[in-house]
Design a protein around this ligand. Sequence first.
Ligand SMILES: CC(C)(COP(=O)(O)OP(=O)(O)OC[C@H]1O[C@@H](n2cnc3c(N)ncnc32)[C@H](O)[C@@H]1OP(=O)(O)O)[C@@H](O)C(=O)NCCC(=O)NCCS
Length: 143
Amino acid sequence: MVIGIGIDIVEIPRVERLLEKWGESFLRRVFLPGEIAYCREKKFPAPHLAARIAVKEAVLKSFGEGWTEKIGWKDILVRRSLKGQPRVELIGKGKDLQEEMGVETVLVTISHADSYSVAAAVLCGPPGGQRDTHRRAVPDSEV
Ligand SMILES: CC(C)(COP(=O)(O)OP(=O)(O)OC[C@H]1O[C@@H](n2cnc3c(N)ncnc32)[C@H](O)[C@@H]1OP(=O)(O)O)[C@@H](O)C(=O)NCCC(=O)NCCS
C-alpha cells in the first residue's frame, strides 16, 4: 500500500550559485560520495545535483517530515539501476524512520528541464498495512 507521497522542484541556477560560492563544502554537506561522483561524470553537473536535492526533499515530504533531527540530507542515498532509473536507499537515521513507518520501498522519479529539476517520491508498505503519513492515528496538526 501507499504510505506517503512527496514532490519537490529545485531551481538549477540556485544550485549553480551554491556550487560557485561553497564548492566542495556544499557538496559534502548535502550529498554522499556516489551521488557526487555520478553528477561529476556529467558535462553539466548542476541539473543532476538539483535533481538529487529534489529527491531528498520529496522523500522527506513523503514521510510528512521537515529537516529535523529524525532525518538529514545524507540519510537519503540516491542510486540508480543499470538502466539509469533512480533508486533511493535510506541509511542511518533514514533507515530508522523507514522501519518506524513500516516502509518497504521508496519509489522515486526525476526529470530536468532548462532551469528546474523535479522529483516525486512514493513510500510503499506491505499490502493491507494500517498507517500512512497523510492520515496519522493521532492527527498532529489539523488546522
Ligand atoms: C529515461 C529517459 C527517457 C529520460 O528522458 P529525458 O526526457 O531525456 O530526461 P529527463 O530530464 O526527463 O529525466 C532524466 C532522469 O531520468 C531518470 N532516468 C534515466 N533512465 C531512466 C530509466 N531507465 N527509467 C526511469 N528513469 C530513468 C534519471 O533519474 C535522470 O536523471 P539523473 O541522470 O539526474 O538521475 C532517457 O534517458 C532514456 O530513454 N533512457 C533509456 C535508458 C538508457 O538508455 N539508459 C542509459 C544508461 S545504460
